[in-house]
Design a protein around this ligand. Structure first.
Ligand SMILES: NC(=O)c1ccc[n+]([C@@H]2O[C@H](COP(=O)([O-])OP(=O)(O)OC[C@H]3O[C@@H](n4cnc5c(N)ncnc54)[C@H](OP(=O)(O)O)[C@@H]3O)[C@@H](O)[C@H]2O)c1
Length: 311
């Protein structure tokens, strides 16, 4: 496992984390493909294998994901686990973040959150929500403040709203299949010492090679336009290059995809998993290095890859 630090702190964080939108979410096959017991073993195995960051949100499985994590980490040394959870700013009142935090703490059975994120930008609320979050840091209820799905412009605006603390994390959609952040957000966050948490780092499975235009996943991923046939066509070159590189290194396509995002030490990836084999595979993605010519070939191929996506 490779480790880096959170933002401008000296708190150590694993570059592969555990994403848990899957836990408690029927749209991801919870209850059919895997159970609560499986989810708990995934958390235990992740911690055992060196992952120290678990990402969840109040919205995942309507709180079930947080509940499962709360149950799973009982008996573990809390100080060695970095819990990231998120507040969904759908309510009109900025103070709803306070209620949301209390509910998350209860479900997670903990008295503090390590990294608390605003799940989506809600420009009319952000300043006041961030100020509530600063107070939460002062009160010891959260350690670090983060945001999610903020583009560069919104991140800069949010930074200007901070008085006593800083934004340490921005969680965004980043993978070989969606790499726009490499052009603007990443150079900035790297300079500013803000950690980028790459969500959907496997393109929700699109980059693993197991899906094709004729074999797409259902559930939540029906909304993901990457899985449209035309995007598989547009991505043919990219997917075959990832496959070729994976074969040369004797690793999987998923491992190449994750290795790509964590090459940058200011980025951590938080792939979601549904079983132990996927988890162990993802952890292995930090164990090899892409050669310079492979990086160049990927960059060249990415320039030619233009999937049609909504966001
Ligand atoms: N902040 C936000 O707005 C936001 C949005 C989305 C996600 N997230 C967070 O980011 C995490 C990850 O994103 P994501 O779940 O959307 O996408 P992802 O990590 O790119 O893909 C996860 C899916 O890929 C498949 N998979 C995982 N590891 C694999 C492996 N080694 N080999 C083959 N298939 C593998 C599994 O599904 P199958 O086996 O069914 O294919 C898994 O459910 C989430 O769990 C959540 O914590 C945050």
């Amino acid at each position: 496992m490779k480790y880096t630090v959170i933002g401008n702190t000296n708190v150590k964080i694993s570059q592969i984390g555990l994403g848990t939108w899957q836990f408690g979410s029927k749209g991801w096959g919870y209850g059919t493909d895997f159970t609560r017991k499986d989810a708990i073993s995934i958390v235990h195995k992740a911690l055992e294998l060196g992952i120290n960051v678990i990402d969840t949100a109040e919205a995942y499985g309507r709180g079930k994901s947080e509940e499962i994590i709360g149950e799973a980490i009982k008996g573990y040394d809390r100080e060695r686990i970095i819990i990231t959870t998120k507040f969904l700013p759908i309510a009109i009142r900025p103070s709803s973040v306070v209620k949301a935090l209390n509910k998350s703490l209860k479900r997670l059975q903990t008295d503090y959150i390590d990294i608390y994120l605003i799940h989506w930008p809600a420009p009319w609320l952000i300043g006041r929500v961030l100020n509530h979050m600063e107070r939460m840091v002062d009160e010891g209820l959260i350690r670090f403040i983060g945001i999610s799905n903020f583009n560069l412009g919104r991140l800069r605006k949010a930074q200007k709203k901070m008085y006593r603390h800083r934004i340490q994390v921005n969680q965004v959609n980043y993978s070989l299949a969606r790499n726009q952040v490499e052009n603007d957000l990443l150079p900035y966050t790297q300079r500013e010492k803000i950690t980028v948490m790459a969500y959907s780092p496997l393109g929700q499975g699109w980059l693993t090679g197991k899906y094709t235009a004729g074999n797409t996943p259902g559930g939540t991923r029906r909304r993901n336009r990457l899985f449209r046939s035309k995007n598989f066509k547009r991505g043919e070159q990219l997917l075959s290059l990832v496959k070729e590189i994976a074969e040369d290194h004797q690793v999987t396509m998923a491992q190449v995809a994750l290795n790509w995002v964590i090459r940058n030490s200011s980025v951590i990836a938080i792939p979601g998993v549904k079983n132990l084999a996927q988890l162990e595979g993802n952890i292995g993605s930090a164990d090899f290095e892409l050669a310079n010519d492979e990086i160049d070939r990927i960059k060249k191929t990415l320039k030619e890859f233009h999937p049609r996506l909504l966001m």
